[in-house]
Design a protein around this ligand. Structure first.
Ligand code: ADP
Ligand code: MG
Length: 274
């Protein structure tokens, strides 16, 4: 990303409306695996209360970028800032405690817990208490757990065993488990992968609702670019580890390089994992 404003730390702010605070920022991130550069000089700024998507074909570097942000991978160079604080190189749990949550496919880990119990366990874990406190806090966490389940549309499934949920409901529960930690920013790495069209629509609607009415900021990745345009405030396009475009959906869609990559080579708008 090239920007005329970058680097000039003490410069006067540009004229115009006050900018929305940036909650999560990547500054010139690089990640090498041996001699292979998976993430190459990637910068992005996720503004508070927005939906920001990272799109790009398989292998573009989306997952690696997310792992740099969450602390799972250390960057070869570059910085990660969360809510104005430099968290580069911090452990994933430390970054999570500062308000960055990532949704993992965790429901497979607790197939024998009910949906409600799963969320309660996540609430207790986020509180820093040990697992054997689960029973003691059992009743006190029910209202909060039910509130979270309501957010993702699973309140009616509270007593269902997590392992028996439909694929779409399991992914919704994964989001609920991340929300239970009360994050400022929620990262979703290809949340619609393997979903039917109906499940994809529901997931996108859920993401939009979380941000518009839930006071959450979402950064999500997607390889099917058509999915993101409707709901994204901002879109960053990755290709071979680099940012090739950044802007609103319409700006990105009109970008010639994006069009060339999208239509040529891999035809990455067409492929679904399912
Ligand atoms: P995406 O999520 O956009 O599909 P990834 O971030 O998973 O892309 O991968 C980007 C590139 O980095 C790919 O070529 C992949 O093979 C490579 N890569 C990812 N993780 C590793 C790793 N741990 N070791 C070596 N290469 C990796
Ligand atoms: Mg990926």
């Amino acid at each position: 990303m090239t920007s005329a404003n970058s680097g000039a730390g003490a410069a006067a702010p540009p004229p115009g409306p006050a900018p929305v605070p940036v909650l999560l920022e990547a500054r010139r991130l690089v990640r090498d695996f041996g001699s292979f550069r998976a993430v190459n000089d990637v910068s992005l700024r996720v503004a508070e209360g927005t939906i920001h998507s990272v799109i790009g074909p398989n292998g573009a570097g989306k997952t690696t970028l997310f792992r740099l942000l969450t602390g799972i991978h250390r960057p070869t160079s570059g910085r990660v800032l969360l809510d104005g604080r430099d968290v580069t190189g911090q452990a994933p749990h430390a970054i999570a405690r500062r308000g960055l949550a990532q949704s993992f496919q965790l429901t497979t880990i607790f197939p024998r817990l009910t949906v409600l119990e799963s969320v309660q366990a996540a609430i207790v874990a986020a509180s820093g208490h040990r697992a054997d406190f689960v029973s003691r806090f059992h009743r006190s966490t029910v209202p909060e757990a039910m509130r979270v389940l309501g957010r993702v549309g699973l309140a009616d499934h509270a007593r269902t065993l997590a392992g028996t949920l439909s694929h779409g409901d399991q992914r919704a529960l994964d989001v609920a488990l991340a929300l239970a930690t009360k994050p400022k920013v929620l990262l979703l790495d290809e949340p619609t992968a393997g979903m039917s069209e109906a499940e994809t629509e529901r997931t996108i609607a859920l993401i939009a609702d979380l941000v518009r009415t839930g006071g959450i900021t979402v950064l999500f990745s997607e390889h099917d670019m058509d999915i993101v345009f409707g709901i994204s405030d901002r879109v960053t396009v990755l290709h071979q580890g680099r940012v090739i475009a950044e802007g609103t959906g319409p700006q990105v869609r009109a970008n010639e390089e994006v069009t060339a990559v999208y239509l040529g080579g891999s035809g990455w708008g067409m492929q679904r994992d399912a």
